[in-house]
Write a protein that binds this ligand. Structure first.
Ligand SMILES: C[S@@+](CC[C@H](N)C(=O)[O-])C[C@H]1O[C@@H](n2cnc3c(N)ncnc32)[C@H](O)[C@@H]1O
Length: 332
């Protein structure tokens, strides 16, 4: 009997010496659930839940900085306000990932959000990536960083608008291949796919072509229109996604696809849209394994191939030297 009591006492003493049991490390699902719950607490102006989750070093960065006190103050302000538009009515998650190690866990998830309190007009929609960084604080996990990055087509358009605002990183003169082959055809109707700031479309217009250019960059289109007006050139400049634009049938004497990678999936439509005798002029990077390019020679069977060259040269975009695919075909 005495032996048993001694063993029990020794085991109990050993357990007490080990101190409190370490908390179970959170699983990815725990971090995802915590991240969803935090944002829902913000949406619903749940001041207690928001305050409980924020770490003392919390920072939010979305173009401006906001610390924990400012985050709490903003929830308080919204609580006090009767404005129903300052909340998210629904949020749909996709592409969620957790990167966890030791006492840090980073959650990244894509959210499409629908604004509430603006039902008369339908409510704004947002598409973007949340980054929430959690850090162990004793037994609890606290939020130390919150960030948002716009995703989808808006983000892509912003990148191109920015490039055109800066006017850096690309050739401003018209593409040489286009200049060379446009001169072999009497001026007629021309489609410049993904025309950017219009360097090629404006050249064609100045050479007597009736040009339509399509691009989703509002800034690119704005600059093209401004240049056309300044030089009294006629140019139809359309803000549109090149993957949904209707190119028509047998409409164009010349189709220019100059560094117009977003329209690779539309080549069959562009072929249909070319008039018999019309030219298809293409230039883009070639030969990089991580950037597959369209198999043009196969796609253009039944056309006269006037050029199909892979050369090492100076490209109009992105880098000083690269393998470039130059391809020109005439529709029979
Ligand atoms: C490399 S630049 C080429 C511009 C022009 N062809 C040139 O060579 O100067 C690619 C262009 O594609 C446009 N773009 C990208 N994705 C697009 C899309 N889905 N719809 C319309 N334009 C798009 C960009 O705005 C950009 O102007």
């Amino acid at each position: 009997m005495r032996v048993v009591v001694v063993v029990v006492v020794v085991v109990a003493a050993a357990m007490a010496c080990r101190g409190p049991v370490a908390p179970r490390p959170p699983t990815d699902s725990d971090i995802i659930a915590k991240s969803h719950a935090f944002l829902e607490a913000v949406d619903h102006r749940d001041l207690a839940a928001v305050t409980a989750q924020l770490g003392p070093n919390y920072v939010r960065f979305e173009g401006t900085y906001r610390d924990a006190a400012q985050e709490i103050a903003s929830v308080q302000e919204r609580l006090a306000s009767s404005d129903p538009s300052t909340m998210i009515e629904s949020r749909t998650w996709s592409e969620e990932r957790v990167f966890a190690r030791g006492s840090d866990a980073v959650f990244i998830g894509r959210a499409t959000e629908q604004q509430g309190g603006n039902k008369i007009h339908g409510g704004y929609k947002d598409d973007g990536w949340y980054t929430l960084v959690w850090s162990r604080d004793g037994q609890a996990w606290k939020l130390v960083y919150r960030g948002w990055q716009t995703a989808g087509s808006v983000a892509k358009t912003q990148v191109w608008n920015h490039i055109y605002e800066n006017k850096l990183g690309f050739e401003h003169a018209p593409n040489k291949l286009l200049v060379e082959y446009a001169a072999t055809h009497a001026p007629g109707t021309a489609m410049d796919v993904a025309m950017g700031q219009g360097r090629n479309a404006l050249y064609l217009a100045s050479a007597g072509w009736t040009v339509t250019g399509v691009d989703f960059s509002e800034e690119g289109i704005r600059q093209a229109r401004e240049e056309a007006a300044a030089h009294a050139l006629k140019l139809e400049a359309v803000v549109s996604d090149v993957t949904s634009y209707d190119y028509g049938t047998a409409k164009w004497d010349l189709v220019a696809m100059i560094y117009a990678y977003p329209a690779f999936s539309k080549i069959a439509d562009l072929q249909r849209a070319t008039k018999p005798g019309g030219l298809f002029v293409y230039e883009y990077f070639g030969g990089a394994e991580d950037e597959p390019t369209p198999p043009l020679a196969t796609q253009f069977m039944g056309w006269d191939i006037l050029k199909d060259q892979l050369v090492d040269d100076v490209p109009d975009w992105r880098t000083d030297r690269a393998k470039i695919h130059r391809f020109v075909a005439r529709k029979r």
